[in-house]
Design a protein around this ligand. Structure first.
Ligand code: GLN
Ligand code: ZN
Length: 755
């Protein structure tokens, strides 16, 4: 019998119940007991929903983050938070969210970073040479107890020791791997306790195996599993988010009871693993995509799996490729979604059903699930053949892309002269990144319009008032290049998705980003076209109000791609090129409307980097090509800006330069301009606006501080190529904070111009 199981289930709740409960609890409007009840109820519900499977994960539920949970389980909490005492829940949220300095118990939150190449963020464990671990298995044991009481066929889930160490950061110069020896006894004890509590299989996640591992990390895995392999627990060593590649032999040699592989990128690895694994090992294959929302082609899966099942028999298990944390819960809630498109989709619950059908077909023959398979085949066919998915003209356009399309008329040095003659900007020009405060008023106006409570005319007028306000304020402040302020935009990707054909939107397609924060990625299902201009009227209106140059504001193709659920029936690069062609049309329309400075944001370019270094260049090549296609159709006098709000450029600087934007604005204030070293060493040739203040903080940067920062910048980049701007957009700030900050920024520029 082929066994089905799941690696993890979305915990936020189909209607985001956990989010609301958490936020009420944080506001003091809900008692701890009530939050814990919400958690318990969600677990019970989710276990019931997963009961179509043979084994159900337990311990994957988290009130905030699964890595923080693991830190708590290992008794490893930053000293600054542990010291303050209080309940365990207090400590937990103290690490997760911090407490403001104004509070007598002020404490900084744990750092957050991206979970592998997903958009989920975890709380980074903090290590020092003295870090100690002390097992605290209560959470897992309680949940296991709950599961047993509910007759759940439970499989506890934990993060493996080597992945855990790799996720953390040393706060001194120590080497986290030195902690392995101290960590393993805690893991051994945990496994013993889980077995004593009735567990047989334990899922131990080591996604670090899909990343580049040097010998030390490979040895760490050998050491760890030499110890943990002695436990009476049957360990399912679980990898996900990609191919094992050169780590495959290692993964197969570790002394565990089973191995889980993500096969979405490579089916060959399943064969390799079968050839290498001793024949008492279970091989669990991730056969439905746990990170995307398309129905799996079950016929195709069965054609592939049937021979494997023949060879492996009971040793073959089936699962999603990774935890379903990264997809929404239930597509049947999507009543407003076009029924044809909905029929192509599969959220978490539907993916479990796919697994059930696959296993039944393997165990009892395809006839036993004939109806389900026929329905699936029909949906797959409908998607493949729908003329809503394929637009011949778009496909032709992508096929006909030539390097010339991404080429500016002249090299930067020549363009710069023309731009400076045309735009007549002073030295150290000042500008902002695009958005101005999204006041309650603005958000309510947009919401009312969405709900149909405001007619279009009234809505347009109200938005124009906001734009006019932002423009006037910027003029009063004396900024050089103005923006319209983005009042009409809910989100920098959704706003464009809504206006492009080829996109659909869910109502409840929420995915956890971190803690209670969720995102609802738009669904890119078809070839992309731009039926009409998307931003031109707004920008033209803003420009009509001022004689200062106004900067048009767009989101770039790579960012739109990376923040959407995208189609799996063509390479990501092709989808990206399609978006790029649509944005290019918008750029050219803006130029035609007299907008001669255009910013194309690529906030998500870096986060799209593949996990393996060897895949980086391919990604960067097509990503940069896409940007160039979007940006570079303009005349020399038109100035292209791009913006990236992060601070790691060292390893991608060559590609950034290759984008050939006339001006790039980046986040630098927190790194004290040191990040400009990367640009300096590379002799980055174009203009740079290094952010001079952190927009995440309500503090007003002083004029002197800005002057100081820019002086440091000028040591690295010639002053004629420097701009002055904040780190990122100002939408989360208040006007009361923005005004003095920008006033200081403008004064700093004046001071610098006199030097
Ligand atoms: N133009 C956008 C803004 O100012 C950029 C946001 C971002 O980079 N994340 O809000
Ligand atoms: Zn930004």
């Amino acid at each position: 019998m082929t066994i089905t199981h799941n690696l993890g289930f979305p915990r936020i709740g189909a209607k985001r119940e956990l989010k609301f409960s958490l936020e009420n609890f944080w506001k003091g409007q809900e008692a701890a007991e009530s939050l814990l009840t919400t958690g318990r109820e969600l677990r019970q519900r989710h276990w019931r929903q997963q009961s179509v499977l043979d084994r159900v994960p337990v311990g994957d539920f988290s009130l905030y983050d699964q890595v923080l949970d693991m830190s708590m389980t290992l008794g490893h909490v930053p000293e600054r938070a542990a010291r303050l005492g209080g309940s365990e829940l207090d400590t937990y949220f103290r690490v997760a969210r911090g407490r403001s300095a104004g509070d007598s118990n002020g404490v900084a939150a744990g750092e957050m970073t991206k979970w592998f190449d997903t958009n989920y963020h975890y709380i980074v464990p903090e290590f020092t040479a003295d870090t100690d671990f002390e097992l605290n298995p209560e959470r897992l044991l309680t949940q296991l107890e709950e599961a047993k009481a509910a007759s759940v066929r439970a499989k506890p889930v934990i993060i493996g020791p080597v992945t855990y160490l790799s996720l953390g950061k040393a706060k001194d110069d120590s080497d986290p791997l030195q902690l392995l020896e101290r960590l393993l006894p805690a893991y051994s004890a945990l496994l013993d306790q889980l077995v004593a509590a009735g567990a047989d299989w334990v899922q131990i996640d080591e996604p670090v195996l899909v990343t580049d591992l040097d010998e030390r990390w490979q040895d760490a895995l050998r050491t760890a599993y030499a110890t943990l392999g002695q436990s009476t627990a049957r360990l399912l060593l679980t990898t996900y988010f990609g191919r094992l590649g050169d780590n495959l032999p290692l993964a197969c040699e570790l002394p565990v009871a089973g191995l889980h592989l993500d096969t979405t990128q490579s089916r060959v690895e399943a064969d390799d693993a079968i050839a290498r694994l001793p024949d008492d090992r279970v091989l669990s294959l991730g056969v439905v995509d746990g990170r995307n929302i398309w129905k799996a082609d079950l016929g195709d899966r069965l054609d592939w799996l049937e021979p494997l099942h023949h060879r492996l028999g009971d040793r073959l298990w089936l699962a999603p490729s990774c935890s379903l944390l990264h997809v929404p819960v239930d597509v049947t809630n999507e009543r407003k979604l076009d029924p044809e498109i909905r029929s192509w989709l599969s959220f978490a619950l539907q993916k479990l059903e796919e697994l059930r059908v696959l296993a039944r077909a393997l165990n009892e023959g395809r006839e036993s699930v004939g109806t389900e398979l026929a329905e699936n085949a029909q949906a797959i066919d409908s998607r493949r053949q729908s003329d809503r998915v394929r637009q011949p003209s778009v496909r032709d356009a992508v096929a006909n892309i030539t390097p010339a399309l991404g080429q500016r008329q002249s090299p930067y040095a020549e363009r710069a002269k023309k731009q400076s003659a045309f735009l007549k900007l002073p030295d150290y020009p000042t500008t902002t990144i695009g958005s101005f405060p999204q006041t309650k008023d603005i958000r309510q106006t947009r919401l009312k319009f969405r709900k149909g409570e405001l007619d279009e005319g009234t809505y347009l007028n109200l938005m124009r008032e906001n734009i006019a306000y932002a423009v006037t304020e910027q003029e009063k402040l004396g900024l050089d290049v103005l923006v319209h302020g983005e009042a009409e935009r809910n989100d920098m990707v959704e706003y464009f998705g809504e206006q492009l054909d080829g996109y659909a939107f869910s109502q409840f397609g929420w995915v956890q980003s971190y803690g209670s924060r969720c995102v609802k990625p738009p669904i890119l299902y078809g070839d992309i076209t731009r039926p009409r201009a998307m931003t031109v009227d707004w920008i033209r209106y803003a420009q009509s109000l001022t004689r200062q140059p106004l900067k048009g504001m767009l989101t770039g193709p790579v960012t739109i791609l990376n923040w959407s659920f995208v189609r799996d029936d063509q390479p990501r690069s092709d989808t990206c090129y399609q978006i790029a062609l649509a944005i290019r049309e918008e750029v050219l329309d803006l130029e035609k409307a007299g907008v001669r400075i255009i910013q194309i944001d690529e906030a998500a370019l870096r986060e799209g980097l593949p996990l393996r270094r060897s895949d980086w260049q391919t990604y960067l090549d097509w990503a940069v090509t896409a940007f160039r296609i979007a940006a570079n159709g303009v005349q020399d006098e038109t100035q292209i800006h791009t913006h990236m709000c992060y601070s790691e450029f060292n390893d991608i600087i060559e590609s950034i330069a290759d984008m050939d934007a006339d001006v790039i604005t980046i986040e630098t204030s927190r790194s004290d301009m040191e990040l400009l070293d990367a640009f300096d060493h590379f002799q980055y040739p174009n203009e740079i606006g290094p952010g001079v203040y952190d927009i995440h903080s309500p503090n007003t940067p002083s004029e002197d501080h800005i002057v100081e920062l820019m002086a440091k910048a000028a040591e690295r980049i010639p002053r004629e190529r420097l701009w002055i701007n904040p780190d990122c957009g100002l939408k989360t700030r208040q006007w009361e904070e923005v005004r003095p900050a920008l006033a200081n920024m403008v004064n700093a520029a004046k001071q610098l111009r006199q030097d």
